[in-house]
Design a protein around this ligand. Structure first.
Ligand SMILES: *[C@@H]1O[C@H](CO)[C@@H](O)[C@H](O)[C@H]1NC(C)=O
Length: 373
């Protein structure tokens, strides 16, 4: 099935760029994707069978069956590759040979952290299922080995579009639910961004020419966070109803991400490498702030599928979407949040429009502002 809205947004994006010509846009042959459950299209599912998204009603809106995607349908990555006319990258754990990966690989893994387990252990946290960007980097090296000689590896990477992230949500979730103070959590931002940076330099050094870095979504608008902080006297943004300090944390993360990207652009100047930032914050804030303008319903801060309460999310995690006793809204396309943590197919489509703009226009307003300041 096509993605008509994304296709239309893509065409609009093209129309916005007068100098655009088909010849100027690199023709990618594959997508290499890194990330967590926001981009996992079946890795955790293939490896453990126990992923978020392994039971109905996950997949109900699109696909018709659970695929391991943490949504009722497609992820941002799905919409982006469809709009660019590229094949869907194969989840790393759903392939074995280079033939499986020739058209791209998705290393994104549900609940993956940016930071490795040592970092969490040093702060007194034990990860019950540690998968981090270190694992994803190792899997990337394995695929490169399959590609053959260094020359062949570089050829493959040069025509690939690398989609990095979003990464870091799970790191922040662990710290936030672990009751660390926000001041303390802020000191980890450079570490998290540093872990993302390591992967970016590794893929570029392996020959990648285009890397799209997807930013953090507004943590303070997630039903999960809203339910966790309900009644604690936390600060809410009056216009959106989102948690101010958590959105500030997400913005701080994105700011550090953009600073890192600018630094890498300087380091790789003159090498033909493009490192692009794709904002995922504003598109979600817009949906939450003015849902009706975008065709969404009047409960943009409640999960479509979940438990109960103001945000339809059970903060004790006893009744989550996909579990017995969970409820599901009548029309997921009217909701921003699918299960309280992940976005609906409809919201992902909207965010994908913004990510596509960054890829096609090769700029974002934020970056322009930062470069000139
Ligand atoms: C990820 O790496 C850690 C070591 O850092 C290891 O214990 C774990 O088994 C790896 N996970 C997977 C799925 O490969």
């Amino acid at each position: 099935m096509m993605a008509p809205l994304v296709r239309r947004l893509f065409l609009v994006a093209l129309a916005l760029l007068p100098a655009f010509s088909a010849a100027a846009e690199p023709r990618y042959t594959a997508v290499f994707s890194f990330g967590d459950s926001l981009a996992d299209t079946g890795n955790e599912f293939a490896l453990t069978g126990g992923a978020t998204g392994n039971t109905p009603p996950y997949g109900d809106t699109f696909f018709g069956v659970p695929t391991g995607r943490a949504s009722d349908g497609r992820l941002v990555l799905d919409f982006v590759v469809e709009a660019l006319g590229l094949p869907h990258p194969r989840p790393y754990f759903a392939g074995e040979t280079m033939a499986d990966f020739q058209q791209g690989v998705n290393f994104a893994y549900g609940r993956s952290t940016a930071l490795g387990p040592e970092f969490f252990e040093s702060k007194g946290f034990t990860l019950f299922m540690p998968v981090s960007l270190e694992n994803q980097t190792e899997w990337f090296r394995n695929v490169l080995q399959l590609a053959g000689s260094v020359e062949e590896q570089r050829k493959l990477m040069a025509t690939s579009l690398v989609m990095m992230g979003e990464m870091g949500i799970h790191d922040y979730l662990i710290f936030i639910t672990g009751k660390l103070t926000e001041a303390e959590i802020r000191t980890f931002v450079p570490h998290i961004v540093g872990a993302i940076r390591s992967v970016i330099t590794e893929v570029i050094d392996a020959g990648a020419k285009t890397v799209v870095v997807r930013g953090m979504i507004p943590l303070g608008c997630q039903p999960l966070m809203l339910a966790l902080f309900e009644g604690t006297g936390a600060d809410y943004n009056r216009a959106t109803g989102c948690l101010t300090r958590l959105n500030d944390l997400a913005r701080k993360h994105n700011h550090a991400l953009m600073g890192m990207i600018l630094e890498l652009r300087r380091a790789y100047r003159g090498t033909g490498v493009s490192i692009l930032y794709a904002d995922q914050m504003d598109p979600v804030i817009k949906l939450v702030f003015e849902p009706s303008k975008y065709g969404f319903g009047d409960k943009p801060l409640a999960a479509c599928c979940g438990g109960s309460g103001t945000y339809n999310f059970d903060p004790t995690f006893a009744t989550l979407c996909g579990m017995p006793g969970a409820n599901k809204c009548a029309d997921p396309s009217k909701y921003v949040s699918w299960d309280g943590i992940h976005l609906t197919d409809a919201a992902n489509r909207h965010v994908a429009g913004n990510v596509l703009r960054s890829i096609v226009l090769r700029q974002t307003p934020y970056m322009a502002h930062l470069s000139s300041s």
